[in-house]
Design a protein around this ligand. Structure first.
Ligand code: T46
Length: 133
């Protein structure tokens, strides 16, 4: 499975806490894009696609949601619910996001600019691609 959970260093003092992410340092790629997902709805699922070229780190800055990760052979469920933990997802991994808590906010760091042509949005196409590799 081409994913891992990363524990980020917290700089904390009496004023609160801070986490810093830097490309090619505690983020294992150059950061080309940042986006965030908010105003999510608990019963609405997102994702349901894979990426041919993209690597990402996803952080639940606030709230929680469940990720389903699938490499075409195995399927695992991960809860993202801490602002000091990042979910790294590499190439060719099917992902689904669901069970968003109210007010959940996800911040995403991406290794490439947005390119709809590198999305695989059909699960059968994804299975064909990974089983060919
Ligand atoms: C992923 C998960 C975690 C853009 O125009 N630029 C962008 O950078 C992105 C990410 C999306 N969009 C447009 C494309 C769609 O019209 O925003 C709309 C919603 O995107 P999508 O349906 O792909 O959103 P999610 O939440 O299903 O998936 C997103 C990312 O697309 C995906 O790479 O891994 O978040």
């Amino acid at each position: 499975m081409n994913y891992k959970l990363l524990d980020f260093k917290i700089f904390g003092d009496e004023r609160g806490k801070l986490i810093s992410l830097e490309g090619n340092m505690n983020v294992p790629f150059e950061i080309k894009r940042v986006y965030w997902i908010f105003d999510t709805i608990p019963e609405q699922e997102r994702g349901k696609h894979a990426h041919k070229d993209l690597e990402q780190i996803i952080v639940a800055i606030d709230g929680a949601c469940q990720f389903v990760l699938d490499d075409g052979t195995n399927r695992e469920k991960i809860w993202l619910n801490r602002p000091d933990v990042g979910l790294y997802i590499g190439k060719n991994m099917w992902r689904e996001m669901r069970h968003f808590s109210y007010g959940c906010k996800l911040m995403v760091l991406a290794s490439t600019h947005y390119d709809e042509s590198e999305y695989i949005r059909n699960y059968q196409d994804f299975l064909k691609l990974v089983n060919k590799n």
